[in-house]
Ligand binder design. Structure first.
Ligand code: PLP
Length: 345
């Protein structure tokens, strides 16, 4: 079998949620947007609901429908993108709460779905989504009279604890919301780690659940084992892969493994990335192809059937470093060609 196996430890996701929940007094929700950061939103949401999570967040209504099918009635499912044109049937049928971003969305929502749950998203400085202070003051009394399920905002620099933007956004959010009686939420994983001032009534971690930075104490969640298709000897002067970009200087052994950029192993990580053959770290050599990668296994005594790209020896964030990106992008790039195995709690 040439299919790589991605193993997702649902028990570790639940343990990470418990650890983040223990840091704050309010409710701890779970962000399962983008198919739970590529790991499978139905399975992940179900495991977390069994663990006690009551509120889930997705980016788009369509994602919320999948999570609702997995969870059945009961949990609150919130949509960061708010109420977009054409969303009303999805929001109604799957009972999703849009996080209203603008006056236009508010009008659309009360017109299409009067009395249907919603939240409010405020812009406290990131300038990405949400109502700005002036818009919010115009709408505030009307919106609050409709009892929003949540009033939220999002931090731009929470993964840098010393960054002045955190305090600035905290003060802005306070000015916009102090005294209201709707529940408030400001923080994702990074903000949860900034301490109680940032917690309000609910935190919304995503990446920390999936074992990524900035939650340094997270339990690892994913491992990826890639089958070795062939091993060959190379002599000095022989090249490996497209473009002859790597040339052997000494006699060696090259393994060709069964995964490539079509599986989210982004081509740019080629020059710096490694895989592990048992306990031996092996350099990726030559260009990463669509379905295949060359690995220098000269130092490997007994060649295993598979090599590890993610797992015990290499975290999502160390692989991200090799690719010049962040753990979020590694996870959400994981391809659809893998066999996915779930370890249950
Ligand atoms: C993605 C997202 C989160 C979760 O962020 P993490 O850094 O993954 O914890 C929370 N809130 C909003 C608005 C988001 O877009």
């Amino acid at each position: 079998m040439a299919q790589s196996v991605l193993t997702i430890d649902l028990g570790a996701i639940c343990a990470n949620w418990r650890a983040l929940a223990a840091m704050n007094a309010g409710e701890t929700a779970a962000v399962v947007k983008a198919n739970a950061y590529g790991l499978g939103s139905a399975k992940v949401a179900k495991a977390l609901a069994d663990e006690g999570v009551r509120t889930f967040f997705v980016a788009q209504a369509e994602e919320g429908v999948i999570v609702r099918e997995a969870l059945g009635a009961g949990a609150t499912i919130c949509v960061f993108g708010g109420h977009m044109d054409g969303d009303a049937p999805l929001l109604r049928d799957a009972n999703l709460a849009p996080m209203i971003n603008s006056i236009d969305q508010m009008l659309r929502h009360v017109e299409a779905l009067p009395g249907h749950p919603f939240g409010v998203q405020l812009d406290s400085g990131m300038n990405r989504l949400g109502m700005e202070p002036a818009e919010w003051s115009a709408l505030r009394d009307i919106a609050l009279s409709q009892k929003p399920v949540l009033v939220m905002s999002h931090l731009a620099c929470a993964d840098e604890p010393g960054h002045g933007m955190n305090e600035f956004q905290l003060q802005t959010f306070r000015q916009m919301t102090d005294g209201i009686d709707a529940p408030r939420s400001l923080s994702a994983t990074g903000g949860t780690l900034l301490g109680p001032d940032y917690h309000f009534d609910m935190t919304r971690p995503g990446i920390g659940l999936y074992g990524g930075l900035p939650f340094v104490d997270a339990r690892p969640v994913v491992s990826l084992e890639i089958p070795v298709i062939q091993v060959r000897d190379v002599n000095p002067g022989e090249s490996v892969g497209y473009g002859n970009s790597w040339v052997a200087r000494v006699p060696g052994k090259i393994a060709t493994i069964s995964a490539g950029y079509a599986d989210g192993i982004i081509r740019a990580m080629g020059p710096k990335a490694h895989v592990w053959a048992g306990e031996t770290r092996c350099k990726i050599v030559g260009r990463i192809s669509m379905d295949l990668i060359g690995v220098d296994v000269s130092a490997v005594k007994e060649m295993p059937d598979t090599v590890e790209l993610l797992g015990r020896h290499q975290s999502v964030d160390s692989l991200a470093d090799a690719a010049g990106t962040i753990g979020y992008e590694i996870l959400t790039s994981l391809g659809s060609r893998y066999a996915r195995t779930y370890l249950t709690p």
